[in-house]
Ligand binder design. Structure first.
Ligand SMILES: Cc1cc2nc3c(=O)[nH]c(=O)nc-3n(C[C@H](O)[C@H](O)[C@H](O)COP(=O)(O)OP(=O)(O)OC[C@H]3O[C@@H](n4cnc5c(N)ncnc54)[C@H](O)[C@@H]3O)c2cc1C
Length: 541
């Protein structure tokens, strides 16, 4: 029987990231993936700034930036009658892409499809000595007790079954998780909001065939509504044509791709069909994220409409939360009760993001436009103007989502110490930096081109700003409990103003655990509180 500390089931982006994060923390971990890791059909492309911040922490941000859309390819969104037809709306997104940073984050949202992303995560995960990645290995069954989890894994090439014993199992097997089903964990919500077909195409330099400039996302408005879109993948030649509706889904094998491409381009153009895949739009969140020693992460825990691009991004948030908590328990500096907070902190974030994705999906169902919308006539012009205004109003919330990406917070959380300050409004488009406990610790540049975010990831970090009292007692309390802590003094007054208090304690995942202008009367109480929920604290919401 093989032994490991954490068995990760599923080698999609979330499972790979769990292995990567645990490996960096020196945790022994085996990942089993039933397939060989080749991606034949593109899914996620949009990586938000928070995900890029995690990638920066894991040392893969540069590789991701270089692998996806070229830096100078605009993330512009167009609504058109056809590529050579009328422009109805244009949404520019100057804060996306490019090598530059914004005021809010050292990283910008990027577009890097899983075709390129997954191999980058795979290589980085495999570079950790404590990580073993096993492809073509399917987790078939598992049992758990108070001591650990024992799983049977089938090596599909050798046709041999093996038993793996682990302290914990993280289920990253995606939306159809059999592990989740075996645990009897239900998914709450709507299992089928809509039906779709995705067509993977090669069309070199498509933008040279029309007059509206380069764009990453193009939606088509025709007499049937807005049901087709084209997503740029590599900024050169690879595209995904999305088709929404049951009639496409039911006839995915008989699609007239020639006609679809011709209608989209407004004229015949050469293309190569690479693959066709059907998929269903969901609105689902698992009723709980944990059963004993098994944790759900990524699509195994939540499934949403791609409108807004939240699925993989929400999964990366799960990874960063479960990673430090499992490590803390396995390394012995936090009690197992810390693991209770994974569900408490992460499930509400998924509920928020899934709800928003569903609202985006619903608001993008524009209904049937006036037939004249495709006509070169005053009536057509009027229809396009009206629809353009409507589209701009509705789509901003889908495509400008700094609040969703950076503003999620653990509030209330039994391991974040509420300081009684009012919460910052949780909005979709706008992110307002705050060090209120539970929030993402904000970004500010430090000397040498480092961000405050570069301080976080491995240990707790005690940030001391000008005027902070001596912190020996707090440091001693952490040291007595063997909780890793790095105390950092920051003289910069802009950072001090941004962080709002003279002392700010940040967790290994980069969320604020506690803040104050003064030392706490009982430093030990703070050290205990941030690594373990105290029974007196209510976690109901
Ligand atoms: C058309 C489309 C566009 C999307 N665009 C975006 C986007 O722009 N941004 C975004 O954030 N998200 C997007 N998403 C969502 C995103 O693709 C998913 O959220 C993401 O892939 C989930 O990753 P995962 O690792 O949790 O699951 P998956 O990618 O589904 O991986 C699960 C893995 O587990 C393996 N597995 C299953 N069972 C077993 C078993 N028993 N043993 C071993 N291995 C097993 C599977 O083979 C698979 O490789 C999109 C989705 C779709 C359909």
């Amino acid at each position: 029987m093989r032994r490991t500390q954490v068995l990760v089931a599923g080698g999609g982006p979330v499972g790979l990231a769990v292995a990567l994060d645990l490996g960096r923390r020196g945790i022994d971990c085996i990942l089993v993936e039933q397939e060989d890791g080749t991606i034949f059909h593109p899914r996620a492309t949009a990586l938000n700034a928070r995900t890029m911040e995690f990638f920066r922490r894991w040392g893969v941000a540069d590789a991701v930036r270089d692998a996806g859309m070229p830096q100078d390819f605009p993330h512009t969104v167009l609504f058109v009658t056809s590529l050579t037809g009328f422009l109805i709306a244009r949404i520019e997104r100057p804060h996306h892409g490019m090598g530059k940073s914004s005021d809010l984050s050292p990283e910008r949202p990027q577009r890097c499809n899983q075709i390129w992303l997954d191999p980058i995560l795979r290589e980085r995960a495999a570079s950790n000595a404590s990580v073993s990645l096993r492809y073509r290995c399917k987790l078939e069954t598992f049992e758990q007790n108070g001591e650990g989890v024992v799983a049977t894994v089938l090596d599909r090439d050798a046709d041999v079954r093996e038993t793996i014993a682990a302290d914990f199992l993280v289920d990253c097997t995606g939306g159809r998780s059999e592990i989740r089903d075996a645990l009897g964990i239900a998914m709450n919500g709507d299992p089928a909001l809509d039906y779709n077909v995705s067509v993977f195409l090669r069309i070199p330099a498509l933008w040279e065939q029309y007059d509206k400039g380069k764009a990453a996302l193009i939606s088509f408005v025709d007499r049937n509504g807005v049901r087709r879109n084209l997503i740029g993948l590599d900024g050169r030649e690879l595209w995904r044509l999305g088709l929404r509706g049951k009639e496409y889904f039911d006839r995915s094998r008989e699609l007239d791709v020639d006609a679809l491409v011709r209608e989209m381009a407004g004229k015949p153009i050469p293309y190569e069909l690479l693959s066709v895949r059907r998929w269903v739009t969901h609105d689902l969140v698992a009723e709980r994220y944990r059963e004993g020693r098994v944790f759900l992460a990524g699509d195994a825990a939540h499934l949403n409409s791609p409108a807004g691009g939240f699925g993989l991004n929400t999964g990366m948030g799960d990874v960063v939360d479960i990673g430090w908590k499992l490590s803390a328990v396995l390394q012995g500096w936090a009690p197992p009760s810390l693991l209770e907070t994974y569900d408490v902190e992460r499930r509400p974030v998924a509920e928020r993001n899934v709800r928003q994705a569903t609202e985006n999906y619903r608001s993008s169902r524009y209904g049937i436009p006036p037939a004249a919308i495709v006509d070169d006539s005053p009536e057509g012009e009027r229809a396009r103007e009206e629809w353009g205004d409507r589209i701009l109003r509705q789509e901003t919330r889908t495509y400008v989502t700094d609040g969703t990406a950076l503003g999620y917070r653990y509030d209330p959380s039994p391991i974040c110490v509420d300081d009684g300050s009012p919460p910052v409004p949780d909005t979709i488009s706008e992110y307002r930096p705050t060090s209120r406990p539970g929030s993402r610790a904000p970004h500010a540049w430090l000397s040498g081109g480092r961000s405050t975010l570069d301080l976080f990831g491995e240990t707790f970090v005690l940030m001391r700003f000008p005027g902070a009292p001596p912190t020996h007692a707090l440091e001693a309390a952490f040291s007595e409990r063997a909780i890793p802590l790095n105390a950092v003094t920051i003289e910069d007054t802009d950072s001090a103003a941004l962080y709002e208090r003279k002392l700010v304690l940040v967790r290994p995942d980069g969320h604020v655990a506690w803040r104050s202008d003064d030392l706490p009367p009982d430093a030990g109480e703070i050290a205990d509180r941030v690594r373990s929920p105290q029974r007196s604290v209510s976690t109901s919401r």
